[in-house]
Design a protein around this ligand. Structure first.
Ligand code: ZN
Ligand code: ZN
Length: 404
């Protein structure tokens, strides 16, 4: 992509040195500063932005490789501001860039936004998805006129404005002015005789077509990342079509959870494995089997996290660099009475000694037993307690308690 817009704005070549860029910026910034040249406020914004990018080697590199689009998308990885901060400025910027250079400024159609669900495998391996969508295209039969030549006439009711202005008296010397859509022409500002309407589009000027877009899902792309298809939005006469913007939505994965470039998974191991070592296999997103081996001796505790370097997600635009894969362990303890009393005694000789225990003496010692914990029962008691409290606060009669 040979985008040189930012270089053109500063009037330098693509190979300009840092000092050339700086000199040119200072000269232009002086000339177009809003204080000196209030009419050129937008121009100053463009110049500042161009300099901001080209004076930063990292940003300049991204721009040289991927153009303005790259800078926008870099938000996720390159330390640039995210899309939503930049969104308005960019659309302003594109609008301005389009209006200069002799091209007549046309209204721009709306962007069409499509969510696209992708799996974690898709963004790990990269994939091309075909997406079918319907869009309006200018009717080829009438070339977007809507009927035969001369058939289209300016709407009489709104004088071709598409809107009607009405006034409403809201005070002694005050009227309020408001606009309404012209109902005669549906806001189009023009009407076509029924019999003169284009037979293909019935005067609508556009036809609906199915279009297949090839969406390249690159390795490492993120949730909500946008993929732009410039000018692929709905066509309308005298309007520059907007973009089709594909917004990625990541499906959740059965095994892995993604956080940034890292992957996290949970793994249950038995107490025996936790104490005596283990090996198991992880089926990775590209189909590889990762053999995880852990030697006896280093005890794994409940909630322990261990990492495997470079087995996370590939970085966007830099897919040979990968994040890490982390495994969070939980320990499955054996069932009750898994061994005989004799075996337990033997087991105890292998385990670290118990902490010292001193038996209390006297009359105040009472032996108690542990019961099973029941979450529902406990919660019911808590709710009963809370509603008792409310009763006291309202202190009114007739507030009955469900538990009585
Ligand atoms: Zn037509
Ligand atoms: Zn009208």
């Amino acid at each position: 992509m040979a985008d040189t817009k930012l270089y053109n704005i500063l009037g330098v070549s693509k190979t300009a040195s840092e000092s050339e860029i700086k000199r040119s910026y200072h000269k232009l910034a002086k000339e177009f500063h809003p204080d000196k040249n209030p009419a050129a406020g937008d121009r100053f914004k463009e110049i500042s932005y161009a300099y901001e990018v080209l004076s930063d080697p990292k940003k300049r590199d991204v721009y040289d490789k991927y153009g303005l689009k790259g800078l926008q998308e870099g938000g996720q990885g390159g330390g640039f501001p995210p899309d939503d901060i930049f969104g308005n400025f960019f659309s302003d910027f594109f609008g301005m860039a389009g209006s200069r250079g002799g091209r007549s400024r046309r209204a721009r159609g709306e962007d069409t936004i499509h969510p696209l669900k992708v799996s974690l495998e898709d963004v790990y391996n990269g994939k091309t998805s075909k997406l079918q969508l319907s869009k309006n295209v200018i009717c080829g039969h009438c070339k977007g006129i809507g009927g035969k030549a001369g058939a289209v006439v300016s709407c009489k009711d709104c004088h071709g404005q598409g809107i009607r202005i009405s006034y409403q008296q809201i005070g002694p010397n005050m009227t309020r002015q408001f606009q309404t859509h012209c109902t005669t022409c549906q806001g189009q500002g023009e009407t076509i005789n029924e019999k003169d309407k284009c037979s293909k589009c019935e005067g609508k000027k556009v036809l609906n077509e199915m279009k297949i877009l090839e969406v390249h899902i690159e390795k490492g792309m993120r949730e909500n990342q946008k993929i732009y298809f410039r000018g692929e939005g709905d066509q309308q006469p005298d309007t520059e079509p907007g973009d089709v913007i594909i917004v990625l939505q990541l499906k959740s994965h059965d095994l892995f959870q993604r956080t940034g470039d890292d992957l996290i998974m949970k793994r249950d191991i038995t107490l025996t494995q936790a104490l005596c070592g283990f090996e198991f296999v992880i089926k990775h997103l590209d189909g590889r089997d990762l053999l995880v081996r852990h030697v006896a001796g280093e005890v794994i505790k409940p909630g322990d996290l261990k990492g495997i370097q470079h087995e996370g997600m590939p970085q966007y635009k830099n897919p040979f660099e990968k994040g890490n894969l982390y495994i969070k362990f939980d320990i499955l303890f054996p069932e009750n009475n898994f061994a005989s009393v004799e075996q337990m005694k033997h087991l105890e000789t292998l385990l670290p000694p118990r902490p010292p225990f001193i038996m209390p003496t006297g009359e105040d010692v009472e032996e108690v037993y542990l019961m099973e914990y029941n979450e529902n029962e406990r919660r019911a008691r808590e709710e009963a307690y809370a509603s008792d409290d409310e009763d006291h606060m309202h202190a009114g009669p007739g507030v009955q308690c469900a538990h009585q």
